[in-house]
Design a protein. Structure first.
Length: 222
């Protein structure tokens, strides 16, 4: 733990120095960092997929592990950078951010931290009560990719309604399409949505599956 805290303080000190002495870091704002953070999240996602899909050879594992460590570091730096910008503006402190997530984790796990008042509520039910939401899908960001949004919406509906399948669409294209030779955009969209749900029922994240397929396709066409 002491080593972790030492490493965190080192990064914090470096960011303080860069904020004062580096022209680029000095001019950054939360808005200017936003698109860069999004890029870092995608790079981290690719590093995670690579770790799971690359051949399990020592040299490949070393490379993918090193890459994952670097991408995690990039994202960790961005988070701390936002905290420091917030402190400069008098919005909140870094400690406030970490205490907020700690408080959330405790409140979201009453079956561990508040067993006396836990009555079997599901994860989504606890979240809805916490945030006073009107619908289970209120918290799904519009900016998510369509595939990830479909996954999250289905997970949330299944979690709040305690049901496994959330769609009843047939996956056989001959049954699904009115005219298989001339499918409509709506029919294709409904079929894809149903396929995402079918994968979820079998414990498969459709986005992870597609990421892996994309990597295999790219490798086979080098």
């Amino acid at each position: 733990m002491e080593e972790d805290l030492k490493a965190f303080r080192r990064l914090s000190d470096i960011l303080d120095t860069l904020r004062k002495e580096c022209p680029w870091d000095r001019q950054q704002t939360m808005k200017s960092l936003r698109y860069l953070t999004i890029e870092e999240v995608h790079e981290l996602g690719e590093a995670i997929v690579a770790l799971e899909t690359e051949p399990h050879k020592p040299e490949a594992t070393d490379t993918t592990t090193s890459n994952l460590k670097k991408e995690l570091g990039d994202l960790a730096m961005h988070i701390l950078f936002y905290c420091k910008l917030a402190e400069e503006q008098g919005l909140f402190s870094t400690a406030d951010v970490y205490n907020a997530i700690s408080d959330k984790l405790i409140s979201r796990h009453p079956f561990i931290y508040d067993k006396e008042h836990y009555h079997g509520e599901g994860w989504e039910e606890i979240k809805m009560r916490e945030r006073d939401r009107h619908g289970v899908l209120d918290g799904v960001p519009d900016s998510l990719s369509s595939l990830v949004k479909a996954i999250r919406m289905q997970e949330k509906v299944a979690g709040i309604e305690h049901q496994s399948p959330v769609t009843t669409l047939p996956l056989d294209d001959q049954k699904h399409f009115h005219d298989p030779d001339h499918p409509t955009e709506q029919e294709v969209g409904d079929l894809l949505f149903g396929l995402v749900d079918w994968a979820r029922q079998h414990g498969i994240n459709a986005d992870d599956a597609l990421c892996g397929a994309n990597r295999r396709f790219r490798q086979n066409h080098k």
